[in-house]
Design a protein around this ligand. Structure first.
Ligand code: ZN
Length: 220
C-alpha cells in the first residue's frame, strides 16, 4: 500500500515539473538570459505616432514580462542554446555569444482590435475577428543581441516597420544586415523548427499556432 502511495506521489511530481505545451509561461523561467523588451509596455512603439495615435497599449501591457505557449518557449530555448555558442559572426566577436530579444509574445485579443482599428492592414496586423497567432500565444516578435553588451545586431528595419523594407525579399541592404537576418531565420527555422513570415523579418510562429485557442486576458 505504501509503495503504491509513493509511486503516485513521484508520478505527480514528475508530471508537475513540466508545463504542458499549451500552457502560457514566462520565457525567462526556462531561458534566464533571454532579453525581454516588451515594446508595447513602453512609449517606444510605432502606434504612438500614427494619426489616431495613442491607444494606451501600456494599459494592457502593464509590465515588461512576456508570456507565450510553453511549446514556443521550448523552441526558443533550442535557438538560444545554439546562438549562445557563437563567438564570431560577420567578422565580429561575441565573447558571451548571441542571444534573443523579445519584443512581443502573447497579445490579448482586445489589443488586436485596437491595433487593427489604428492600422487596418491585414498584411501587418491580423484581422481580430479571426485573431492573430499572437492572441493564441503561438507567435513571437524578436531580434538578436550581443549577450556581452546587450546591443542589438543590425537588422533591415526597426520593429513594426510596416513597409516592404521589412520583407525577407528585401535585398537592398548591406551584406552584414542580410547575414544577420539570415542567422535569425536559420536558427529559428532549422534549430527551433518555427515558421517565418515573409512580410516581417522579426515575426516567427509555431507551425500549429492556429490550433491553439484565442485568448483575451490582461497581462499583470
Ligand atoms: Zn508578430
Amino acid at each position: 500500500m505504501n509503495k503504491i502511495f509513493l509511486m503516485i506521489i513521484f508520478f505527480s511530481i514528475a508530471v508537475n515539473a513540466q508545463s504542458s505545451d499549451d500552457e502560457l509561461v514566462n520565457p525567462k523561467d526556462l531561458i534566464p538570459d533571454i532579453v525581454i523588451d516588451l515594446r508595447y509596455s513602453t512609449a517606444d512603439h510605432v502606434f504612438r505616432n500614427l494619426p489616431s495615435g495613442d491607444i494606451a497599449l501600456p494599459k494592457f501591457y502593464t509590465c515588461n514580462e512576456s508570456l507565450m505557449l510553453n511549446k514556443l518557449v521550448k523552441a526558443l530555448k533550442l535557438a538560444q542554446d545554439s546562438l549562445r555558442n557563437i563567438r564570431t559572426y560577420n567578422s565580429k566577436n561575441y565573447p558571451s555569444g548571441i542571444g534573443i530579444k523579445i519584443w512581443d509574445g502573447y497579445r490579448p485579443r482586445a489589443v488586436q482590435y485596437l491595433l487593427f482599428d489604428v492600422y487596418p492592414n491585414p498584411v501587418y496586423i491580423a484581422d481580430p475577428t479571426s485573431g492573430s497567432m499572437h492572441n493564441r500565444g503561438g507567435a513571437v516578435d524578436l531580434t538578436l543581441v550581443d549577450l556581452a553588451t546587450g546591443d542589438e545586431l543590425e537588422m533591415p528595419t526597426l520593429f513594426d516597420d510596416f513597409s516592404s523594407n521589412s520583407s525577407h525579399t528585401n535585398m537592398n541592404l548591406s551584406q552584414e544586415v542580410i547575414n544577420n537576418r539570415q542567422l535569425l531565420k536559420d536558427v529559428l527555422t532549422k534549430v527551433a523548427g518555427l515558421k517565418y513570415y515573409e512580410s516581417e523579418w522579426w515575426h516567427y510562429n509555431l507551425s500549429d499556432a492556429s490550433s491553439y485557442p484565442l485568448m483575451d486576458f490582461q497581462m499583470k
